[in-house]
Design a protein. Structure first.
Length: 184
């Protein structure tokens, strides 16, 4: 029994450390003006997802590597301009702590967000530290999303998902099906 409690505490602490570290990294880059982007070019009539990342973030680069393997008609706008995205999200009444990476899309006036992504070392078959561990973390405060009866990803807020391969695929599929409008 004590081992089980210690294991859960270790999982919760690991997850909280992840959120704190990458929230701080994102905040640092957004406040120190590291981005030189002034505008985000969006192709006409494109379905758009915004990806906010930091050049120093291994989680971000692992996500970007994964995205490079996907064939889609959705335009993914990669930006380090966290202040701009923060401002756009504020206009939509969405709070964001500057943690990166995040993927953000707008469908029928609703904002959808994928927050975080495993680093190469944490990625086990597309999940943070493995499917079972991620599902356990999710059950302590999130809403597990199942596909064909099997855990796929975690909803951690209204249309906000913990980033893993499956939540990224889900967001892209929503944009392919319904179209995601540019809002920033």
């Amino acid at each position: 029994m004590a081992k089980k409690i210690k294991f859960r505490i270790d999982l919760i602490i690991s997850f909280l450390l992840f959120v704190i570290v990458f929230g701080t990294v994102g905040f640092y880059f957004s406040r120190n003006g590291s981005s030189t982007e002034n505008s985000i070019a969006i192709p006409n009539n494109s379905s758009v997802i915004y990806l906010v990342y930091s050049p120093a973030c291994p989680h971000c680069h692992h996500l970007m590597d994964y995205l490079s393997t996907i064939t889609t008609n959705v335009t993914i706008i990669e930006t380090t301009d966290a202040r701009r995205i923060y401002s756009c999200l504020k206009k939509e009444n969405i709070d964001w702590d500057f943690g990166v990476p995040i993927m953000v899309a707008k469908i029928d006036n609703a904002i959808y967000m994928v927050s975080g992504y495993p680093s190469v070392d944490q990625d086990m078959s597309g999940y943070f530290m493995g499917k079972d561990k991620e599902e356990q973390i999710c059950s302590s405060g999130g809403k597990p999303i199942y596909v064909n009866g099997s855990y796929a990803f975690c909803e951690i807020g209204n249309n906000k998902y913990l980033g893993n391969k499956y939540s990224v695929d889900y967001l892209i599929s929503l944009c392919e099906k319904y179209g995601c409008e540019a809002f920033c």
